[in-house]
Design a protein. Structure first.
Lengths: 463, 127
């Protein structure tokens, strides 16, 4: 674990990896078919808000570098264990475990549809994918990176080529004559910000790999921002491609708008190419979640917010307990058929609100640590005082407000989110009270959080 | 004793040996043409206890840790930039990153040529 293995290219591959899931390709279709190419403005707003938060996380990472997982430790040092457990468990652990399961289901359904003659149920393909990624991830970060670099760059190249071809009208299909803009008023454009937010969420998943990154001071912030900009560029090209080759009505009605676009752009070749793209997107997302989440779990264990066994690593340095647990959950959810239910998709939207709340807390953390340690050297520090974190807070709160354009759905999401927070509150209260045995809301000293990274800390501080 | 009116400062950096190579590599950017590095043993306010150790276990007896001291003399006008670089280079966020001491120098003399002040720190022009 001492030798740094990841360069800027791998950081970008990881940053793009989680964000561009096959569900994102679906979301671009939904957003574009609703308001036309003005959805680009919505995406730019969402991208900027996400970049603001990623920059805040980069500053936290500069102040508290080389921590396993990273994200939980920053909150522990700023808002104490109680809130940290709620946000990390809901926003990261549960949300991404569910999202990973759904992505696996999408992979399984797509492959099953490609090979109906085999007569195998979709969960078989899901299980094969999960086992493959489990084996690569158990072989340490080297193997994770090899898979991720290949998958992410194949994905980026494919989407860029298909997007540019569509935007420039270079496809073999017929160019559709239709209005580029369906709605351009403020409420319509910003009303879809919540949807667009999901097209960029997750860039911070490079942080758990900081310990493995060469020149992390430069590569982590740069990699996160470049990931977002690359994703934005690809999605803008796709949006204009959709406008040129797919009728808005058909795009909105399609369950797989990206595959429809591929077919309209290049015929059957385009269709199969887009199928491969969506498979790559799924593999990329599940691979990133499996790797980074296992490090987040390990990090939370080191700061005593999860049981000790999550700290265990195999000979390759991989946190195998987290990897095996995730693998088990993905398979159970898929074999049981839960992954394709509407309930789980709704639950992911609910947990995403907690993820957004975690973003707000990350921005608050920057402001708090600026006050507590104003002169500590930061290899990356945001300019303009607290302005950027404050904009990040306001922007993310606005995204939560616009989580869904339909008020009835929005209120339902808020209601279930409140229930979820109540459940996590009870769990967090019990864990802090009986396991951590520290004040609920008292931030830990930064030096103590840093010390907890050492494997010997637990030995010297057994309660 | 010869006293120069030129402003020079001495910066002494106490840190871990592992950090020395990456640290001194960039010194040239700050007009530093020479340096002195020596082994040292010592402790700070934690009396040499490791950061992961429980404070309740502390005996109160200092444990002397192996460190290295880097001593450089440079123009006072360069000190702020230099310190900013050193702090960022040494920073890990952990106890034991190091200490930096800055003190004024009244003069520097190259014995062989008799050059003084900043001239004594540059490549000799009298040769």
């Amino acid at each position: 674990m001492n030798e740094k293995k990841l360069g800027l290219g791998s950081v970008i591959a990881t940053g793009v990896g989680l964000v561009v899931a096959s569900s994102c390709l679906l979301s671009i279709g939904i957003g574009t078919s609703a308001i036309g190419v003005t959805f680009v403005i919505t995406m730019v707003i969402a991208c900027i808000v996400n970049i603001l938060t990623l920059l805040s996380i980069a500053e936290l990472n500069a102040l508290m570098p080389d921590l396993t997982g990273g994200l939980a430790q920053y909150s522990l040092a700023c808002v104490g264990p109680f809130i940290t457990i709620i946000c990390m468990s809901g926003g990261y652990v549960l949300c991404n475990t569910m999202a990973g399961s759904v992505e696996c289901a999408m992979f399984a359904n797509t492959v099953s549809g490609l090979f109906p003659q085999l007569g195998l149920p979709p969960w078989v393909f899901c299980t094969l994918l999960v086992i493959f990624l489990m084996i690569t991830n158990l072989n340490g970060v080297d193997m994770f990176v090899k898979v991720q670099d290949f998958v992410a760059y194949a994905l980026i190249a494919s989407l860029a080529i298909m997007g540019i071809m569509g935007a420039l009208g270079l496809g073999t299909g017929e160019i559709v004559e239709q209005p580029a803009v369906l709605a351009s008023d403020f409420s319509n454009v910003t009303g879809l910000c919540g949807l667009a937010f999901f097209l960029f969420v997750g860039g911070e998943y490079v942080v758990p790999l900081t310990k493995e990154v060469k020149n992390a001071k430069r590569n982590i912030p740069l990699g996160m921002v470049l990931s977002m900009l690359i994703i934005l560029a690809m999605q803008i090209f796709l949006t204009f491609g959709f406008k040129n080759y797919t009728r808005w009505g058909e795009l909105g009605e399609s369950a797989t708008p990206h595959i429809l676009y591929g077919e309209m752009l290049l015929g059957p070749i385009g269709k199969y190419w887009m199928v491969i793209v969506s498979l790559l997107a799924t593999v990329s997302s599940v691979n990133t979640i499996m790797s980074s989440l296992s490090y987040i779990l390990m990090g939370m264990s080191k700061i005593e917010l999860l049981p000790e066994f999550f700290r265990k690593t195999n000979k390759k340095g991989a946190p195998y307990v987290g990897i095996l647990l995730e693998e088990g959950i993905y398979i159970i959810i898929n074999v049981s058929g839960l992954s394709t239910t509407d309930a789980i998709s709704f639950l992911i939207s609910v947990l995403a609100i907690l993820w957004m709340i975690s973003y707000i807390i990350s921005n608050i953390n920057v402001i708090l640590l600026r006050r507590r340690l104003p002169n500590a050297p930061r290899t990356f520090k945001l300019p303009f005082g607290p302005l950027i974190p404050l904009l990040g807070i306001v922007g993310t709160a606005y995204m939560i407000y616009n989580i869904d354009p339909d008020w009835a759905v929005k209120l339902e999401l808020y209601k279930i989110c409140a229930i979820m927070i109540a459940v996590l509150t009870v769990y967090s209260f019990l864990w802090v009270k009986f396991k951590v045995k520290r004040p609920m809301f008292k931030p830990y000293p930064v030096k103590e959080v840093m010390a907890m990274e050492n494997e010997l800390y637990a030995k010297h501080h057994r309660k | 004793m010869k006293v120069s009116i030129e402003e020079l400062s001495r910066v002494e950096i106490i840190t871990k040996e592992a950090k020395i190579d990456s640290l001194v590599k960039e010194f040239g950017k700050f007009g530093i043409s020479g340096m002195t590095i020596y082994d040292a043993k010592g402790c700070g306010v934690q009396l040499g206890t490791q950061e992961y150790e429980n404070e309740d276990e502390a005996t109160g007896q200092p444990t002397l840790l192996h460190k290295q001291v880097v001593m450089v003399v440079l123009p006072t006008s360069e000190v702020d930039k230099f310190l900013d670089f050193v702090e960022k280079e040494l920073y890990t966020g952990h106890i034991g990153d190091g200490k930096i001491f800055v003190s004024p120098i009244t003069n520097a003399i190259r014995v062989r040529t008799g050059e003084e002040g900043k001239e004594a720190l540059k490549a000799g022009i009298l040769d």
